[in-house]
Every structure is written in structure tokens, then in C-alpha cells.
Design a protein around this ligand. Sequence first.
Ligand SMILES: [Zn+2]
Length: 1037
Amino acid sequence: MNKNELETDCQGPRNVIILQRTTVILVVSAVVLLFVAMALAFYFIPLRSKSTECGELSPATTMQPQDDRKPLAPIPSNHSNISLDAMLPTYDPFLGRLPESLVPEHYDIWIKVYMDEEEYDRAFTYTGRVSIVLRCDEETSIIKIHAWWLKVDFDSVVVRHRGNSDEVALQGVKFDETYQFLIIDTEEPLEPTEKYVIEMSYDGELTEYNLCGFYPSSHKYGKEARWVALTSFQPDCARKAFPCLDEPQLKATFNISITHRPTRKALSNMPEIRSTTTEDGSWNTTYFDITVPMSTYHISFALLDFPSLERETSTGIQFRVWAEPTRIHAAEYALEIGVQMLTYFENSFQIKHPIPKMDMIAAPTFISGGLENWALIVYRDDYMLYDPNQDSTDHMFDVATIVAHELAHMWFGNLVTLKWWNDLWLNEGFASFLEYPAVDFVHPEWKMENQLLLTDVMFSMREDESYDVIPKPIVREVGGWSGELWDMFDSRIYQKGASIIRSLRAFLDEQVIERGLKKYLRAHLYDNVVTDDLWHALTEADKKHGGTDVKKMMDCWLLQAGLPLVTVTRIDETTLKVEQSQFIKDRDGLWEKDFPKDQKWNIPLTYTHSGITDFNRPFRAWLLAEDEYITIEIDDLTEKDWVIFNVNQTGYFHVNYDTDNWNKLAKQLKDDFEVIPTQTRAALLNDAFVIAESGELDLVVGLQLTEYMYEETEFIVWETVEHYLPFIRTVLLRTDEFELFQNYWRNQITPLYESLGWNFTGSHMLDYKRRLKAIKNACSWGNKNCIEMATAVYRQWMSDQFSDSVPQDNSLMESLSCAVIRQGGLEEWMFAYENSDEMDNPEKLELFGLIAESAMSCSQNAWLLQGYLEMYDEMEKLFVASYYMREKSALGFSVAWKFMIERFDELFEKYGNSLYFHIWLFGPFLNSESDLKQLLDFGSRSTNMSDGAVTQFYRAVGRVKENIAWMDKNMASVREWLARVAPETRHQDAGPEYVDFDRLNGDSAKSGTKEKRRHGRSIYDSSNGHHERRFHRRQKV
Ligand SMILES: [Zn+2]
């Protein structure tokens, strides 16, 4: 069944939508009419509308959906529109933008760079000359161009007619520092249709400040520090390297030449066409080919003394990777996959990469993970380099995804570019989405579709429903001021953008998306776009398929923040009631008052049931913003059947069911979990737990769904559940049930642990992650064999920190150390203690200190924990210790809480008012009446709180009250459930005997050196998953 067939299945009398799969023919003619109507409707939708069709319920449609509405018809336009203006900034969105009177067509840029000691007085500076050809579109006597941190020689500024070279008389030149404008006033106005050339000389400084513009970066060569120079221009830093009209829609061609010392190689976006050397051989000038039309932020140049590796793609593109001499071998992986991915994208889009070369640089210092300078991509070195001898296998994932991301930008971002930064998602959403198919092309064994759900969809939904930060729409107005531009680059733009595209792909169909995207790219080559251009292309592509008006479908997802909860309730055996509400996982209402709470979305629903378990071709229906609810009739449904909505979580929303349906789903999972595909299993667990966390569902419903998990082997399912375990741990940690809960999870993880063991040899990335997860969980939940193995590793570590028998993965070592110290004694704890300050000592191991600090808090010895808190005389350290202790165990919590409360006055003398904020952080763990009393007593005797601390105190009290209410609602059923499931012991605590750390440690682990761990992968996440900290290599200066 394809989508057209599905749609024609749908018709219904009055306010009931009946889905009868046998009535296709009857509605074909209606559907044809609908297609025509949709095609006509599209052309009457104004582009760039700020308002969305999603809004408050219209009185006319609230109570009774329109009788004649067909499911999947164009979204009716007769309901009330809600303007999103209230959610947009109140400032003039065009403040700080360049006027539209002058448009750049071409730049000639020459710079001479001084970087070496022999030119000490000028070292780390450059001098430049720029000439810009401008087309005058509107008469003006004010020329504004961007320049920042540059010493422009005002006397050198010349404006000429391009045709006859006559000079235009100038009144004056000045800077506007607020918006970083160089303003040139002319005596006579510049005339429309004429072209002008502006020339000027300037000096600049190579500075590491903000790593923005043209900046120096050092690397070590033996004991010697050497310097290279790089650029980072996105979004507004090109103006720090040369005067320019620094807005993305002002594309031009560029002719770049660089004079530099011969000891370094000059690179830029285009291939070198020639170079000259001064007679004395002291200076080279490298000339680059004229660029294709591009935005200023895609311009890049570099001066390197790095070696390179080189290959040619099958379509004849020269592909080079550059890294510092000691690490160039680790660039081989990026080169290998980069060559394949570049060709993959060329084939996918049917557009050849327009520049005949591609360079990728591993920079010792860089502001972000990578930046898509056209054909001269720069990465922070750790993100581009993968050394199989030193890095853990899962680091390949980071390198592969970022290389795919930056290469995807060559089409989505560079060839076709956003018109303004409010549409940043057009660049970043696509590049993020395209990471997955491109990596899948080179590593099909990594199951990248599953990773997309996990890494982007679930991640961004969590951000969108969180109360920590006020959610923002991904398309929102932004002015020209630097701070606003940088503020756009939040993770929502990337991950939610990718999730929305995934959702579109599922709804419109893979071929429609492919066709639409090709159309979109071809229609806007070397041009700039707004979101509506994409909707237009996709609507056109879907005309002969589904006839969807994509803009109407998608506006509410982009112009509104947050996401919906769809609730499905069985009315009778064959009828379902489906309604939506805004989902807010907000248990203390921190931001509710500042954010619309009754938003609605146009939701494309997919669903299936146990009678027809075809998850590839689910049924479809619309749940529109204007619907109070819809009803869905499924003729085949019987009393024993379950239903599942939002198959594979392709829609960006959660689904809740009535308890009976949840129970049926839990039973299905226990009877035969493979009936439900992996992504849908993960989605069901994700929905159940997050809705339970919000208080809208009993926790036990989610817990029941996990009863089958002793059979579960898929990484994304375990990862999904593991995300919620800290919350449940926090709830149960100080109850009698915690031990049962621990037993339960030990039972569930043991089969996976036993089947995977500790043998990392031959693991590919996904297997590696799975194995790590199984070991960490087994040790954390107290699997006896795992703890014995961990103890052996820890003892080996105690005798030789660089032993080949010690895994190089820091997150694993943190889990193992915690498990050992939890069981162990003074000796193990003292070893961690003696090493806990090493993070501050660059000569030692920066990460071991963090592992040790976390592991020390796992001790079950009260006086050790007490001593741990007492030994610090810095608030930061005390905070870290108490943070870990309150999470690791009930004993740790009690010791830390008692310490902070009883010693408060003494600590307050030292640390002042900010100490209060550390106290309030215990709030989420307090969940009994006696906890509340202690907190209130503490508050009432604290008379020296600042206003901010008082506010936070009341929030903490509110949180504890909600925790108590949550416990009252959930604990009885959780207790009953644990009594039923936990005592069973399905598996003995046996474990694998064979251990091989070679793969875990890299192939050359046997030659282990101290360098090995220093360069080891530096991802570190706490065993309970409550936070993740990512450490980068110490930046060199
Ligand atoms: Zn990007």
C-alpha cells in the first residue's frame, strides 16, 4: 500500500473519521478534486508570512469538526489565525542590517602576513588591500560596509566609477562601532544601475580573541611551538579579516592572493593558480583562482606548515587533509570517508561539487567542532582525527558524523545559502539530517537511522519540553547585531531541524523528498533562500503524489517552540478518540508564565494495530490545530488488539494511551517484542517514561514496558531507557524499594552482559557502544561477575596506571571505579584520593582526577564520605563532591545533606550567599514530609539570603512538594510492581571469562605508553547518565 492508497481510504460522516481499507474506489474522484484545490490554494499563500495556521481553537470548529472535511485534505483556512508576533522580539528585526542600495559583485583581496620572530615588531599582524565592485540599486550617498578590529587607512579609501575610473568625491569616512560599519559619505549620490569600485588599505592583527576572524594557532613540533594561521568567519567574522559587506545574501566572487613566508603553505577556497617569490627568496605570493559566487562567511584562507595526505575522488576532485606533523597519520580515516561521502552527495543531489578540490584542516584551536568554509573545511583537530592506535572505537562516530555534516554543507549552505540568519535551520537542519545517510553509506553496520532517532529526535524533544531553558522557535527573527547572530546557533536549530526533516521524509515519502530537494537545489544554485522556497519545492514535488501543502503542514513546527502530546483513548471496540495538548514536562512551572501554554499543531498521524502489524505502511490521518479532537474508526479492531500511534516516532510529538492499551503493549513486548520494530520500541519507552515524569501517567506503566528487556539487545532501546533511570533512581534512592529496583535492573541487563562480555576485539562502533553499556550497567547494578572483573582491572590500575589491561575509555573506567569503591575498602578509596588532584596537573593525567572524584563519592563508608567533604577548602570542589555523593547512593546523599545543613554557618563564612544555591540543588532528591520540614526549618532560620536565593528557595520548596505529591501518586503501584517482578532471579551472576582489551584500547595497546591515555578519547559521562561532560584536548598556546 502506498501513501495515495492510504489517503483514499479515509472518509467519514459528520465528526467521525472512518478508515475502511476496502473503500478506496469510492473516494478517488474526491481526492482528485482535492489535489486541484490544493494546487490552487498553494499559489494564494503569501510567502514569508509570519503567522502560522496553528492556533487557538476557533469557536466555529471547536465543538464539531467540519462535516465535509476529508482526512489529509488541505488544511482548512477558515479558522482563526494566531499571530506569532507576541513570541518574536520587540526590536526592529532589521536593526543593524546593511541598506539594500549597494550590492557587491566582486572582491579583490590581497594580504601580507607577518608571523615570525624575525619580524618581531610586526609579528602576528597583516596588512591588506581590498577592492570591491558594487552595483548601485538605489540612489545613495552613504556607503556602509562592515569592518571590525581593522585599522583602515581612511586616506586610502577611494570610490571610483567602474566604467571610466573617475573618482567620486568623498565627504568623510567614519566607524559605527555598535554595528561594526565603516561608513563612507559621498559628495554626490551614487546612481542606480551604475557600478562603483571601492578600494582601501588596512592593517589587521592575528589574535586568538574569540577565535573569530583571521587568527593564529600553535602546535608543538618536538619541543618547539610553531604557528599556523586560520580563519573562522561564520556568522560575522569575515569583517575582522577584510572590509566587506558581511551578510550571507550578498554573494560575490573573490580573487584572493596572499603574501607569506615560504616556510608555510597558503590555502584558500579555490585552487592555487600561480605563485611568485621575491628575489631574495624571503616572501612568496600565492594567487588563487577566482571563486564561484559565495557568501563572505564561506571565505577562508590558511597558512600552514602541516603535511597533508591526498587522494582523488572518483569524479576527479583533489581531496587533501592537513594536520600537524605528529598527528597526520590520524587524518587517514577522515580522508578515506571524506572521499566517499563527497561523491555520495554528488550522486544524491546530481550536482557535482563545483570546486575541483577539497581541503580539510585539523586545527589545534578552533571555535567549534568544524566549519564549512567552501572547499577549505576547518575542524578542531580532535573532531577530524581518529587514530586507531590510540582512540577508542566510538570516536569514529564523532569524526564520521562531523565530516558528513560539513561536506553536506557544500550543497546545503554553500551552494544554496540562507538569505538571513533567521532561516539558519535551512543550513544546519539539513546538514545535521544528511549526516546520517552519508555515514550510513560508509558504515551501514552502524544502523544510522536508529542513531538519528536517538541523537537528534529524542535529544531535541527533551530540550523542547524541558523547563531549564525557555524554548525558542527554530525560525525566529534576528537582527544584525553580533550577539543575536551568535544566539541563533543553539542545538535546537541543528537537532530539531534534522528531526523536522525526518518527519517530512516519513510523511511525504522518501522519493518525494529526494525529488523536492533536487528541485530546490537546482532552482537556487549560487543563490539565497528562505524557508518558503523549500516548502514550495516540496509542495511541487508532492503534487502528483500526496498533494500536501507543505507550508501549511510545517509552519507550526518551525514558528512555534515546544511540542504536542497526542492522547489516544479507546471509546469502544473499534473507535478511538485522538486529541492533542501542548506537552510541558514542567513540574515546577519555572517558565510557564513567559511561554504560550495552549499551542496547537497540525499533526500528521501514523498508526497501526496488532491486527495489521505492518509498520512500514501505517495508516495516516490529520489531527489539525483546529480540531478539539478527532475520532478514528478501525473496522478490524478487536477487543484484544493494541494500537500504536506515531510509528517509529517519525512525528515530533509524544503519544499517551489509555492504561488498557499500555498494558496490552507491555504484554505484546513480553510475548514477542520483535513484532514491534526497534525504533517504535524505543519510542514507546521514551513516551511512557517522559509522560510519567511529567506526572500525566503512572510510572509503573513505563516500568511494565521494560519487563521484556532481559531479551533486548538493541543499543537505542537501552540508551532510551537509561536516560530515564536517573530520574527513577532519584525517586527511589532513599526508599526501601531501591534494593528491589537494583535487583530488577541487574536481572534485566545480565543476559546482554553475558552475551557480549568484555571482548572488544573486532567490535565495530555500535557493538563497542553496546558492550560498554552492558558492562557499565551490569557493574552499576551490582552484577557479581562484573564487579569481580572491575576489581581486577582496578587493581591493575593501582599497580600501573598505564597497564595494557586498563581500558582507555574514561566513562567505562568511571563506572568500574565506582563499582569497586562501592564494594571496596580504604585501599581502593585512598588510591582514588591520591590521584584526585591530577586534573589540575598538566604533567599528569587530566582525566584521571575526574574519574577519581566521581568514584570516591561511591564509597559506602560514612566516615570516608565525611572526610571527602571536609578535605576541600574550595567551594567548587565541595560542590563537585556533594554533587556526586547525592546521586551515587542514599548514604552519600545523607552524609552530604547533613554536612551542608549542619555546617552551613561555618561554610557561609567562607563562601557567602552562593552556597545557598548548592543547598537548593538537593531539592529534586527531597521527596518526603520530613525532607520538606528540614528544608523549611533551614529556610526559616536563614535570615541572610539574597533576593535571588529566596526565589530559589521557594522554587526548591515547590519542587519538594511536587515530589511528595508524585510519590503519593506513584509509590504504591511501584512498590506492588517491584514486589511482583524484582525477587525473581532469572540469571546467575556468571560472566564471560575471556578478556581482551586490545580493541578497546586501540591496536597498539600492547606498546602502551603514557602518551596513550593523554590522547585517549575524552568523552566522559557519569555512570548514571545524569550529566555528560565533554572534555577536549588541552588547548595549546
Ligand atoms: Zn553546520
